[in-house]
Every structure is written in C-alpha cells, then in structure tokens.
Design a protein around this ligand. Structure first.
Ligand code: FAD
Length: 467
C-alpha cells in the first residue's frame, strides 16, 4: 500500500516532550510530522495540566493574599467568585499558549496531522482521524504519547461527581464538600484551588506523609498551614468503597483518624498517572513495552529498535514537563545524527501548593537510606528580612552536601516562590559547586534567594548575618 504521508521523522503526541522533539528536529532540517489525537497542540501540560492548574492557583493565591492583608491593616470584602469568568481566564491562558505552539509549528514547516496513531510496521503508522485512516511512512519516530490519570476502580466513573484532574480543572462548580484522594502534587494543588474558592476539603493519603518523595520536614509547614485553613488531612488512610447516592458520594475508609463512612458532594481522585506506551501496537514495530505501559530507552532515548525513540511520561518517572522537554530535544538531535546523550544530573520537582515545596537531587532521607556521608546547611526564613516583610516566615532552605568534598548534591525549599528558587540549587549541582562557591556568590538583598547562600554558609560555619 502506498503511504499517504511520508516524512523523515514523525512524533506521536504533542505534549512538552513531543513538541520540543518536533521543533528541534525541524530546526535541524528534518522533514517533520507531529501526530496528535486532539485538535490543539501542547498535550497534558498545556491543555489539562501544568498551565491551567497554575492559572487557577494564581486566583487562589489572590483570594488568600487579600484575606492576609488584614494582618497589615488593609481589609477587602468577602471575595465574590464568578466561576464563568475564572474559567474563561484559565481557557484564555491555555488558548494563548496552544495557539502559540501552532504558529511555531507552522513557522518551522512541521506538519500537524490530527488523529490517533498506531504502529503497523517498524516504519509505518496508521493514523485514524475524522476523515478516515491514513498510512504514514517514516525514517525515524519519537513516541511521546504521555500518560493519563489512574482511575481507581472503587469509584463509579460514569458519575460526573467523581473527577480526575482534567475534570477538576473544568471547574464545573464549587462543591460544598470535596474529597481529594491522594496527597501528592496534583491532588494537593487542586485541594488548594477548591479550598480557596470556598469548598470544605478533605484529603486522604495512603502513605504516612503528604507529597511522598519530599523530605518530611519540607512538608511540615504545608501541613500546618492546611490545618489553619481548615483542610482535613488523613494520612495512612485508604478508600475501601464508594457509592453514588442522590445526596452525594458516600465513601468508606480504613484509617485511624477518619469516620468509617462520609458523604461528599464531589470526589477528586489523584492517585497517580499511568503510561500510554501500551496503546500504540508498539509490538508491530518490535518496540518493547513493560507491563505497566512504560517504554524502556537508553541514554540517547532510543528504544530497543534503534530508529524509534521514546520520551516523556511514558519512559518513566518523574513524570514532569521539563524532563519531557529535555528528552524531546535530545531524541531529535540524536535522530538528526548528532552524537549526544542524557547528561542531566538532577531534575527538580515542585509542588505549587501554598507554601510551595521544591526539591532537587539527593534528599536528606534518601542520603540516610543509602548511608551517604552528608552534611546539611539549613536556613530558616524566620531570619530572612524579606520573608518577615511579607509575613511568610514559615519556610526554610536546606542544602545537602557531600561531607568529604563539600559539593552540593541536593536541596529542598519550602516557602512562597520555592519553585522559582530551586533552580539555583539545580544549577549549583550541575556545575559541581561547593558550599564555599555558593556562600561566596553575592545574592541580592533582601530576597528569598539569599537563603540559598545563607544555607551554604550555615553548613560551612561562616554565617554571620541575620537579615
Ligand atoms: P503529554 O503531555 O501527556 O502529551 C502526550 C500527548 O500525546 C497527548 O496530547 C495525547 O493526546 C497524545 N497522544 C497519546 N496517544 C496518542 C496516539 N496514539 N496518537 C496521537 N496522539 C496521542 N509537570 C510539571 O513539570 N509541572 C507542573 O506544574 C505540572 N502540573 C501538572 C498538573 C496536572 C493537573 C497534571 C495532570 C500534570 C501536571 N504535570 C506537571 C505533568 C506534565 O503535564 C507531564 O509530565 C507532561 O505533560 C508530560 O509530557 P509528555 O510530552 O510526556 O506527554
């Protein structure tokens, strides 16, 4: 059969992994096609992930900051929330970015084909779209089909009151009571949005801390603030049953601190994401896929089939946009003939909660588990002039150093803007910086970023200031 479309490289999926791979490949002179099942580019991150969630979190922060202003003698009235306008704002933000991507694709002459791709051979895809199926023949392929929310089978997903993160971002209404199942990044960000907009929020988490993966001390200021805000958090708690009733979703729990049953107006299930690698008939191209839908790759993002690459959420954790983007560019460069490989030492993680929690590299608990010889420099924001000035002193910055070399190998920050502040630590780790380098770097005063320099000085025993 004659191919309907031929290209040097095809990218399946247009998320941060896919569009970066496609744009880089096109910039390197390859005839590029992006296949995406939805009508807009941008994948989960731009359409139903990073970007809309941050737009809503900004609205939540404004509500909170207006209430907080009372502390310094400024009082605003009760917030009046126009849900349609808020939704329109979020959609505008998303639209601006996805349209921007479409323009950038056009400028690069990367062709966009809408449809669902499946392999039919090692060099062919069948693309099912509105107008029927097309056969695409490629020299190289980048699989960037991402991931999707795990749907716990204990819930009746036909009931619209049971939501995954995509449904929660739709902001259909502000439920009086909301149960969030899962205390990870996505669950806690959405909990913050709905709490600020007026819902009574309950969070249940199976493990013994929120934000599993982060050090326990980083999570504590968040837990304290949630308590003050009236968010009910139940750790080591499992959902065991659920029944959709007229008056709400009746949920059964196993846990020490929660009643056995309770009814909620809505439930958000945020218990993780599953990789989409198993849905592409990859075996027809000879590509290995694990039982859980992940596609194994080497340091050049190649699958076991050398001309087929895989990137982003479907190659493994952490499932983060900035990781996908780097992998996408790398795959394109390798496919174009450049001799490159994955060299990143660390990938930062950020929870855009209030306060934000950010961590990078080796965490303190991981160092302990592995028996690494480390030292820690910790700077409490209670001693930061800037943090005092904005009345947000609950944060702190800590750096983890190799005891022998004094090289920084990890770091964590909790506090407002922690997500923006973590980049300096990531850079320091990538550059092999030592505590003295970080302490000797002149940071602007008064900023929260100073806390990174101070934490290094605390470790070195050279700290002199209280700012
Ligand atoms: P995706 O973005 O998942 O894109 C894959 C694309 O492939 C999709 O558009 C899909 O439609 C398409 N596709 C799948 N199969 C096919 C097929 N067979 N044919 C054609 N197209 C197909 N990460 C961060 O770093 N920071 C954040 O703040 C953040 N916030 C998040 C908030 C939420 C609510 C969620 C859900 C996620 C968030 N993430 C965040 C995670 C981030 O969105 C993902 O890590 C990122 O989108 C992964 O990019 P990707 O390119 O691997 O795939």
């Amino acid at each position: 059969r004659k191919a309907d479309i031929e290209c040097a490289i095809v990218v399946i999926g247009s998320g941060p992994g896919g569009y970066n791979a496609a744009f880089r490949a096109a910039d390197l002179g390859m005839d590029t096609v992006i296949v995406e099942r939805y009508s807009t580019l941008g994948g989960v991150c731009l359409n139903v992930g990073c970007i809309p969630s941050k737009a809503l979190l900004h609205a939540a922060a404004v509500v909170d900051e207006a209430a907080h202003a009372k502390t310094f003698g400024i009082t605003f009235g009760e917030p009046k929330i126009e849900l349609d306008a808020l939704r329109a704002y979020k959609d505008k933000v998303v639209g601006q970015l996805t349209k921007g991507l479409a323009t950038m694709a056009k400028q690069r002459k990367a062709r966009f084909v809408q449809g669902t791709a499946k392999f039919v051979s090692p060099n062919e895809l069948e693309i099912a779209g509105e107008g029927g199926t097309q056969l695409l023949r490629f020299d190289y392929c980048v699989i960037a089909a991402g991931s999707q929310p795990v749907k716990l089978p204990s819930f009746d997903w036909k009931d619209k009151r049971i939501m995954d993160s995509t449904d929660a971002l739709d902001l259909v209404d502000i439920p009086k009571t909301l149960l969030v199942v899962g205390g990870g990044i996505i669950g806690m960000e959405m909990a913050n949005v709905y709490r600020a907009l007026g819902s009574e929020v309950t969070v249940v988490e199976l493990l013994d801390q929120l934000m599993p993966g982060a050090d326990a001390d980083l999570v504590r200021p968040l837990a304290t603030r949630l308590k003050k805000q009236g968010v009910n958090v139940h750790l080591k708690t499992k959902v065991v049953s659920s029944e959709a009733k007229k008056g709400g979703i009746d949920v059964g729990f196993e846990g020490a601190s929660i009643p056995e049953r309770k009814t909620y107006d809505r439930v958000l299930v945020a218990v993780g994401r599953s990789a989409n690698g198993g849905k592409l008939d990859a075996q027809k191209a000879g590509v290995n896929v694990t039982e859980r839908g992940f596609i194994p790759v080497d340091r050049q993002m190649r699958t076991n089939v050398p001309h087929i690459f895989a990137i982003g959420d479907l190659i493994g954790n952490p499932m983060l946009a900035h990781k996908a983007a780097h992998e996408g560019r790398l795959a394109a460069e390798v496919a174009s003939g450049m001799k490159r490989e994955w060299v990143a030492r660390v990938i930062p993680s950020v929870a855009y909660t209030d306060p934000e929690i950010a961590w990078v590299g080796v965490t303190e608990s991981e160092a302990k588990e592995k028996g690494l010889q480390v030292g820690v420099g910790k700077f409490p924001w209670a001693a930061s002039g800037r943090a005092i000035g904005i009345d947000r002193t609950e944060g702190f910055t800590k750096l983890v150093f190799d005891e022998a070399t004094h090289r920084v190998i990890g770091g964590g920050i909790v506090g407002v803007h922690a997500g923006d502040l973590i980049s300096e630590i990531a850079l320091a780790i990538e550059m092999g910086a030592e505590a003295e380098d970080i302490g000797a770097t002149i940071h602007p005063h008064p900023t929260l970023s100073e806390s990174v320099g101070f934490a290094a000085e605390v470790f070195e025993g050279t700290a002199t200031d209280i700012y």
